[in-house]
Each structure stands twice: as C-alpha cells, then as structure tokens.
Ligand binder design. Structure first.
Ligand code: FMN
Length: 416
C-alpha cells in the first residue's frame, strides 16, 4: 500500500516532518509511506503560468498514484500554515486528484492544544466540494508540547501519543482497504451483469474476440497509448513491464492535466500538426531504462482522413538492433542465403523472425513501400531536436537518463 505524507509547512526544521519520518519507519511493514515537501511549490494563484507549475504537476502525480494521503499540519495562529492552504488549493483547482482519495490528518505543535484547531480547519477544507476527499473520521492524532514529545533522534517518546498514533494509523490502513475492496466488489458485480466478452469484432480482414484483442495488446512487444480527438487521454494498452508506466487514474484527463506543464506546448504542437493534417508521424529514438527505444506518434484518422486522435507507439528496439548489428540481415553474395546463424545463438529465435510473418523476401518490398510512405508524409520529424525538447522538456533525444522532468507526449508519465 502506497501512502503519500505531506509535510504541512515550508520550514526547514519541522516537528511535523519529524513525525512523518517516524511514521514512515515505524509503520514500514504496514505501508510504503513517501514523504512529500511543499516548499518548492509556488504560492497558489489562478494566474500562475503553466510554465511555472512543474512542481505542482509532480505533486499531483504523486497524489494520484497514492492509495491514501496523510496531511501533517502545524498550527499557525489557530489555523493551518498559509503554505499548506496554498498546496491544497493547487490540489483542488481544476483537478480531481483529491476526489474520493482516502486522507488522514495528523499534526504537531508547541501548544497544549496540539494543533487541534488547525486540524479542525484542515478537515473542513478536505471535505469541501473541490477537494471532496474521503476523510478518515475521528482518529485524531494531536501531538502537543512538540519539543518534549520527540527524542533527539526523532522517535516519538510520548507513549500515550504513540499508542494513539498506532491505533489511528491502523484504522487509516483499514479505511483505505475498505475503499479498495468496494472498488473491487464493484468490478465483480459488473462481471455478474451480462457481458459482451463472447462478442467479436468483424474486420475486413478477419474477426477477433474481445479477449483476443485484449491479449494481443498484452502480448505484442510494444505499447500503445491514445489521446482522443478531444485531447483526452483515452486508452493505453495493458502490458506487463511497460516502458511508460501508466496509471488508470490518468484516464480521461486532458493533455494539459496529464503532462508536465513545460511539455504541454510541444505536445499540443504535435497533436495540432496531426489535427491540421500537416504531419502524420513524428519519430523519436530514445534511450529508456538502459536500452534503445523507438517512440512514434501517429495521427489516427478514419477512412475519410478525419482526425480521430493521436497514438503513441513505444517499443524497445534493442533486440532488433542487436540482431541487425550481429548481421541477421546480411546475405551471402552468391547464394542470397541469410546468415542468421550469426545473428543469434538461438536458431529458433532467428527462425522465428521468418516464422512469425511467414514473409518471403517480397515482404521486404512491402516494408520498403511502408518506409517510403512514412518519408512521404509531410515533414516527419526524425530525431528532430525541436520535437525531442518540446515533447519532454528534456535535452537531446538519445540521452540515457530520463530525469524527473522527462515525460512522454501522450500522458507525460515519467520514464523513471
Ligand atoms: C506564525 C506562527 C504561528 C503559530 N501559532 C501557533 C498556534 O496558534 N498554536 C500553537 O500551538 N502553536 C503555534 N505556533 C507554534 C507552532 O506550533 C510551532 O512552531 C510548531 O513547531 C510548528 O510545527 P513545525 O515544527 O512542524 O513547523 C505558531 C508558530 C508560528 C511560526
């Protein structure tokens, strides 16, 4: 279980941060608690340009990915610190990341009231319509007299407070599980409804059952994502060990919501070039997770050429390039025989190159045709610096490391 714990202050020294660090360690067998800071966020303003919202975007991604969120609030003048209020405003303005998210409030302060008043305020804020979080009721973690409640090495030494914290956190974990189970039961219930799993789709070239469609996407060695014609993240192929890790929570988000702000102009540039018919494909070779990958964006069009959306194709090409570099396609000048025994120690694998397609050499001609079609599209950008930068806000395409800011054009998900 993944829990995000927000330090509710921008102060360098904070007892609330000490409390969260203690919880992370103390409850490590119950949950994976990640501590998040709010000091890098700009003060909330509806006028803040997108280009200055990168840290906000990162925090939203973390909240989205978490099973639950803990807010640890100090008490400033009987209320929550301005920096924390600003953070919640970022997490509630034009976003649903807190909606129905299980949340828990804890707090430390100097006074005897032990942040009770700020916690009441925090709870009110979290159930406001734009936050709409699932707040853990009761279970007050009120730690006053901060300097005497913790040891120098950050342990909670107030035994009563510790017992209470253990009870409350256990209840929070159970609370999260209730929602998880409710979601699962919801799915199970839908399975009991009549389904169309036995249906099949008739293509001009044959028919597939829905199960086959699903499993094809899980089996082919690349992944596909779709931004629909209204610029919403509509679908991603379900495949183990994806290069780009996707989260179902991002489905339905707009391009702006699911990308780092710095990447949005470039992503929209690609999408608009497809929509306007100026381009059909943008190609971007990239090192990902230590191997060579090919990322390609395609305009998805109906038979009449009307724009249906943008597809992102991502595939590791390491295996193919290794085959190539080991001479898999080199032929004997006299016989034309393939030298694929050089290409791989595993002749079965080499054979399967042919076996999977059943293609004769004439299929090479087909490929050539395809290749020329790609070239013929208006200005495909192959390893184009502008596209590489614009898509991710990152430096040169081909750089090995994907840093935190790096994200792909379809969803903006980090490549880490
Ligand atoms: C501007 C300000 C106002 C404060 N107001 C209160 C208060 O109303 N009640 C209280 O118990 N402590 C108050 N304190 C003291 C905080 O509880 C204390 O600084 C606490 O350590 C803050 O939590 P932190 O260590 O996580 O930053 C205030 C501190 C500041 C800086």
């Amino acid at each position: 279980m993944k829990i995000l714990a927000l330090v509710g202050t921008n102060a360098d020294f904070s007892y609330n941060r000490i409390l969260l660090r203690y919880m992370k360690k103390h409850f490590r067998q119950m949950a994976d608690i990640e501590i998040a800071e709010i000091s890098q966020l700009p003060p909330f303003s509806v006028d803040t340009p997108l280009s200055e919202q990168t840290e906000v975007w990162k925090l939203k991604q973390k909240v989205k990915a978490a099973d639950g969120v803990i807010f640890s609030t100090p008490e400033y003048d009987h209320g929550i610190p301005a920096a924390l209020k600003s953070t919640v405003e970022w997490l509630s303005y034009k976003t649903d990341v807190l909606k129905h998210k299980p949340v828990m409030v804890v707090g430390v302060s100097y006074g005897r009231q032990a942040s009770a008043r700020s916690q009441v305020q925090m709870r009110q804020i979290l159930v406001s319509p734009d936050c709409d979080a699932n707040l853990l009721p009761g279970n007050e973690v009120l730690i006053g007299n901060a300097s005497h409640s913790f040891s120098k090495d950050g342990r909670l030494i107030n035994a009563e407070a510790r017992d209470n914290l253990e009870d409350c956190f256990t209840h929070f974990v159970e609370y999260i599980q209730i929602f998880e189970n409710a979601n699962k039961e919801g799915l199970d219930m839908s399975v009991k409804q009549p389904t169309i799993s036995e249906a099949y789709i008739n293509f001009p070239t044959g028919r597939l059952t829905l199960k086959e469609v699903q499993q094809i996407f899980s089996t082919i060695p690349f992944e596909i994502d779709l931004i629909d014609s209204t610029d919403h993240f509509a679908w991603f192929s379900d495949k183990p060990n994806r290069e780009h890790v996707r989260n179902v929570a991002s489905l339905g988000e707009t391009v702006q919501e699911c990308h780092p702000p710095l990447a949005v102009p470039a992503v929209m540039g690609i999408i608009n070039s497809f929509r306007e018919g100026k381009k059909d494909v943008v190609t971007r070779p990239l090192w990902m997770n230590g191997h060579r990958s090919l990322i390609q964006y395609y305009a998805l069009r109906d038979v009449n050429g009307h724009y249906l959306g943008t597809i992102e194709f991502t595939g590791s090409v390491e295996y193919i390039l290794n085959l190539f570099e080991n001479g898999a396609w080199s032929t004997d000048g006299n016989t034309g025989a393939s030298k694929h025994e050089d290409a791989s120690d595993n002749s079965e694998e080499a054979d399967s190159v042919d076996a999977s397609t059943g293609a004769s050499e004439s299929s090479d001609d087909d490929n050539t045709d395809n290749a020329s079609e790609v070239v013929a599209t208006p200005a495909p950008a192959v390893n184009d610096d502008t596209d590489a930068d614009a898509t991710t806000g990152a430096s040169d395409a081909g750089s090995v490391d994907a840093n935190d800011d790096e994200a792909d054009a379809t969803t903006g998900a980090s490549e880490n």
